[in-house]
Design a protein. Structure first.
Length: 181
């Protein structure tokens, strides 16, 4: 049975790793957002990774080890380790994300909104500790906590051992307590 493993792809080769794995029948997810940049005086939109160099792969432990240790085409791929846990050999194991947390993360980031932010906990000022659900708008179904970030009310989704992802501005009318939904 598979799990969500987190991999690090060096030198911005996340898309290359994802393409290779998908071609070989493995499910991957790369959180992305749009950014606008000026190129030769013209404004252009680019799709970039929200969390640089991280790739989420749904696979088995044996297959994950094969990708990292035995696949020459993926020589730039390594595990992202869980630095808060040690195994019996006093080593940090590869980070695995629970299915429910990954589903919340994918739901929050799949619309590729340009206002998505990967934020540090010091930038989050939580209103309350209550879990909420967004009931309308482009982030409908996203579950997290309400926080004020960059002067706006947003819903923050936690991805353990990695960080926090904040949605774009969410009006109060679009938010309900998770218990009430």
């Amino acid at each position: 049975m598979g799990q969500w493993y987190v991999f690090r792809a060096s030198y911005g080769r996340v898309d290359m790793a994802s393409d290779y794995l998908v071609e070989n029948g493995t499910y991957t997810y790369v959180a992305k957002k749009y950014v606008e940049r000026y190129v030769k005086g013209k404004r252009k939109r680019f799709l970039i990774p929200l969390i640089p160099n991280l790739l989420f792969v749904y696979t088995t432990e044996a297959q994950a080890k094969t990708f990292v240790n035995e696949t020459p085409a993926l020589s730039y791929l390594s595990f992202y380790y869980n630095h808060f846990v040690t195994d019996e050999e006093q080593r940090n194991p590869p980070l695995v994300i629970a299915d429910a947390e990954m589903q919340r993360f994918v739901l929050a980031t799949s619309n590729r909104n340009k206002h998505l932010l990967f934020v540090d906990s010091s930038r989050c000022h939580y209103k309350t500790g209550e879990q909420v659900v967004v009931i309308d708008g482009p982030f409908r179904g996203v579950e997290g906590k309400v926080a004020r970030i960059a002067g706006q009310q947003r819903v923050v989704v936690s991805l353990p051992s990695i960080g926090l992802i904040s949605t774009a501005y969410i009006p109060t009318a679009f938010i309900r307590k998770a218990d009430d939904v």
